[in-house]
Write a protein that binds this ligand. Structure first.
Ligand SMILES: C[S@@+](CC[C@H](N)C(=O)[O-])C[C@H]1O[C@@H](n2cnc3c(N)ncnc32)[C@H](O)[C@@H]1O
Length: 289
């Protein structure tokens, strides 16, 4: 559908044309909802219809195709596999930040790291988005793990989104995303990217931090190829989008992937209430095997 808006510019009437795909039908919404649930476990409730419509409309405009009918033909075609990934990306939220939910990082630095005596240490950021979570874990570890240079510390950082992982691997963040970081941490673990002085300054994560992190694509709904076990797992702000039975399966699998005494952090708005598990509750959104 072509939308024409009239406006004024320098005293003259101007017309702006934009392409608006027609409305997402109920059947199409159910189709997206089933597909997204099958692909990544995310439950899109009926309340999300307007949001789904807006985000898919954006995708349709970007692809330059005619409307929702053509879009559904594409995603159900043989050539549509790549677009399915983009559709999931468009419909998931990637919001994240450095040291998000600071209480977890306080617990990590004050209780977990000083007590870890082993040499081989493995952490997992499961659903790492654009990388701020594993980078924060690596910085916290560099700052607070005694004798870090004589230990073998690795952080696995996974996400379903290829786009987010590409950003994470780049390890470059604009100044506005680093507002909450203490200046000393900024100076020690980031450096300004040269040639960016005119626009907003971009900072890159220093090599010693990047070297601690291994990024990989992983759909949490699929089999997990890594062996583990992990000392600490962060799985924050993703389970909230899953139905109870999917959350239950994930929590059971995290149990199997943790060392005895290992820790699981979930988002503060998630918690494990309503899920049966063997973890010991330590403090909000923090559990121990
Ligand atoms: C809101 S972000 C959370 C990022 C970070 N953990 C935090 O708390 O700041 C949610 C992330 O979960 C990812 N995600 C959604 N479904 C997933 C799945 N089935 N497997 C792996 N990652 C998934 C999304 O791509 C997104 O990057």
């Amino acid at each position: 559908m072509l939308r024409v808006e009239q406006g004024m510019s320098r005293g003259r009437a101007v017309f702006r044309c934009s392409f608006q795909p027609a409305e997402l039908s109920e059947q199409q919404f159910q189709d997206v909802s089933r597909t997204v649930h099958r692909l990544c476990g995310i439950h899109l409730s009926r309340k999300k219809k307007a949001l789904v419509q807006a985000r898919l409309a954006k995708r349709i405009r970007k692809l330059g195709i005619a409307g929702f009918d053509e879009y559904f033909d594409l995603i159900h075609s043989r050539q549509g596999a790549r677009e399915l990934g983009c559709m999931v990306d468009a419909l998931t939220t990637n919001k994240t930040s450095f040291f998000r939910e600071a209480a977890h990082f306080d617990f990590l630095t004050e209780k977990i790291l000083p007590a870890l005596e082993k040499t081989r240490i493995r952490f997992w950021s499961a659903a790492c988005s654009s990388g701020q979570e594993p980078v924060s874990m690596a910085i916290a570890t560099r700052e607070h793990l005694p004798g870090i240079n004589n230990r073998d510390v690795r952080i696995l950082a996974t996400d379903i989104s290829v786009q987010m992982l590409a950003k994470a691997r780049q390890g470059r963040y604009p100044a506005c995303e680093m507002d909450g970081l203490p200046p000393a941490i900024r100076r020690r673990y980031f450096r300004p990217v040269a040639g960016q002085e005119d626009a907003q300054q971009i900072f890159s994560v220093r090599p010693e931090i990047r070297a601690m992190i291994h990024y990989a694509q992983l759909n949490l709904m699929h089999p997990w190829p890594m062996q583990g076990p992990f000392d600490v797992i962060f799985c924050r702000n993703v389970m909230i989008y899953f139905k109870r039975e999917t959350q239950q399966q994930l929590i059971d699998r995290f149990w199997d992937y943790l060392v005895p005494g290992g820790y699981l952090f979930v988002g503060h708005s998630e918690g494990l209430s309503g899920i049966s598990h063997q973890f010991r509750y330590i403090c909000p959104a923090t559990y121990r095997k």
